[in-house]
Design a binder for this molecule. Structure first.
Ligand SMILES: Cc1ncc(COP(=O)(O)O)c(C=O)c1O
Length: 490
């Protein structure tokens, strides 16, 4: 197989097209920049506009096999160790939607980790599958959700006769990684494929000190948000098929086509080709440098009184098999400000813009190829100033979270609830009704209610209490939860 990871066949083909000034009697109407507004040309550059070509351009993705586009996808498959890779232009969200549609070819029951990304729940809506939800381990001390254990997955599969797949997330936003190898063994022993949403772990294939990546661990289908840490352009992502033969490549291919525009952006594809090259050729060295620099940043943050960081010490806690160090997750419980208050303060101090902030933990993300690390130092310095301003909260580190009440019964599939007739009712009158939307109180961000589930008074008051304590609710059409969207039952 052609596997020269130094090559970027798709990017090169686009560049060759751009450089030879062809007659562009096709879309897009800016015609390689000729018809573009000056502000756009100045902002993104002439070359980018010349390289913006439509799908089905001869010599790029049509012509003699393998086309540069096919070669680029093959190189990506080889780099990640997949049987086949698809370039996506609608993010890992498209990967999740495609995975759902692909699984649904085999049946309509599936086991899904409860705190899945909203696009996984959307995949249930699109595919019509009936999920059995499996609970991740919740860290009551930090107020965040970690990963799924093998025991929990096995129990959920045992409760779901006819399941056609198991669907888990690893690593999490906060860096916790599951024992994917163990989860794959459990799924395979029960005769189903394992789908892993590895949106946050595309870099893990390129350094042995990182948690084992999902394809190497035996996963059957892996969703990879390549634009996150590996750094392709926003919106670009990949879907990787494992070698187990449990999911058909043709079925995945149809699902990818269904969830994709017929006019995928060539610059997004080119960025996947280029960042794959960077990761495959230089990833090991870049990651090594990044891990050293972040270890130092973590040590400096830990030395600030009132702050701590999430790191390898989490490994071994329930739901944490390994830790991925490519983000800096700061535990802010010891200071007199929560994450929601700290985030704007960091913006004010030095224009520090975080990836994520919650009650107890704020997360800064670093990219695989960042040169030097002035940004980590900026974060450390700004945190020092912030802590001086807000002071300490000696009680903060001892607070822990009350567990959420059990989920309501799944009275209909997410699809039936989403598409059925609905009404909006006051939250006080919603108990006993079937939810048409999700409610996920944050922290820790595990949905308390998903479309199709019956609302309980206990759950509604739990979500309301989280709001009163300064938390938030995701998924709700009314963020203050005065009202809830429910299914109209006859
Ligand atoms: C676990 C997980 N899966 C999927 C996605 C969706 O990724 P994208 O934004 O690339 O569509 C995200 C986004 O943050 C995510 O955290």
């Amino acid at each position: 197989m052609d596997n020269d990871q130094q090559e970027t066949p798709y990017l090169d083909a686009l560049r060759a097209y751009a450089d030879r000034h062809p007659a562009r009697l096709h879309v897009p109407g800016h015609k390689g920049g000729d018809g573009a507004d000056d502000a756009l040309i100045e902002a993104i550059g002439e070359l980018a506009l010349r390289m913006d070509v439509p799908a089905l351009t001869y010599g790029i993705d049509v012509g003699s096999d393998p086309t540069p586009f096919e070669r680029a996808q093959r190189l990506a498959a080889a780099a990640w160790g997949a049987k086949r890779a698809w370039f996506l232009i609608n993010g890992a969200s498209q990967g999740n939607l495609s995975a759902g549609l692909a699984l649904a070819h085999s049946g309509d029951r599936v086991v899904v980790q409860r705190n899945a990304h909203s696009s996984t729940i959307d995949a249930m809506v699109l595919s019509g599958m009936r999920p059995t939800f499996a609970a991740p381990e919740v860290d009551a001390e930090l107020g965040i959700a970690h990963c799924l254990t093998e025991q929990t997955l096995d129990r959920a599969l045992a409760e779901t006769p006819g399941a056609v797949g198991a669907w888990v997330i690893s690593p999490t936003y906060f860096g916790a990684a599951a024992n994917v190898r163990g989860l794959a063994e459990v799924a395979h022993a029960r005769g189903v494929p394992l789908v892993v949403d590895e949106a946050w772990g595309a870099h893990m294939a390129f350094h042995e000190a990182l948690p084992e990546h999902a394809l190497a661990a035996g996963a059957d289908l892996v969703i990879s948000s390549t634009h996150k840490i590996v750094g392709s352009l926003t919106q670009s992502a990949m879907l990787h098929l494992g070698h187990g033969g449990r999911i058909s490549a043709e079925v995945v291919d149809r699902a990818v086509t269904l969830t994709e525009s017929t006019s995928p952006n060539s610059l997004l594809f080119a960025s996947l080709d280029a960042q794959r090259r960077q990761a495959a050729v230089h990833g090991h060295e870049l990651l090594e440098r990044m891990m050293d620099a972040l270890a130092q940043a973590r040590a400096e943050i830990r030395a600030i009184e009132g702050l701590d960081v999430l790191d390898d010490r989490l490994t071994g806690r329930p739901g944490v098999y390994a830790y991925d160090p490519l983000r800096v997750a700061v535990d802010v419980r010891g200071i007199a400000a929560n994450g929601y208050e700290l985030a704007p303060l960091l913006r004010e101090i030095d224009d520090i813009n975080l990836e994520l902030y919650g009650q107890n933990v704020v997360v800064a993300v670093f990219g695989l190829g960042e040169r030097g690390l002035p940004e980590a130092q900026r974060l450390v310095n700004a945190l020092r100033v912030a802590v001086e301003r807000v002071g300490l909260d000696p009680e903060g580190s001892t607070a822990s979270f009350a567990p959420a009440p059990p989920w309501g019964e799944l009275a209909m599939t997410p699809r039936e609830a989403y598409l059925g007739a609905q009404e909006v009712v006051p939250a006080a009158q919603a108990a006993g009704r079937i939810a048409a939307e999700s409610l996920a109180s944050y922290p820790p961000g595990i949905p308390n209610v998903l479309p199709g589930e019956r609302l309980t008074a206990e759950t509604l008051s739990f979500v309301q209490r989280t709001l009163e304590m300064g938390g938030s609710v995701r998924g709700a059409s009314d963020r203050q939860l005065h009202t809830v969207r429910v299914v109209l039952e006859d």
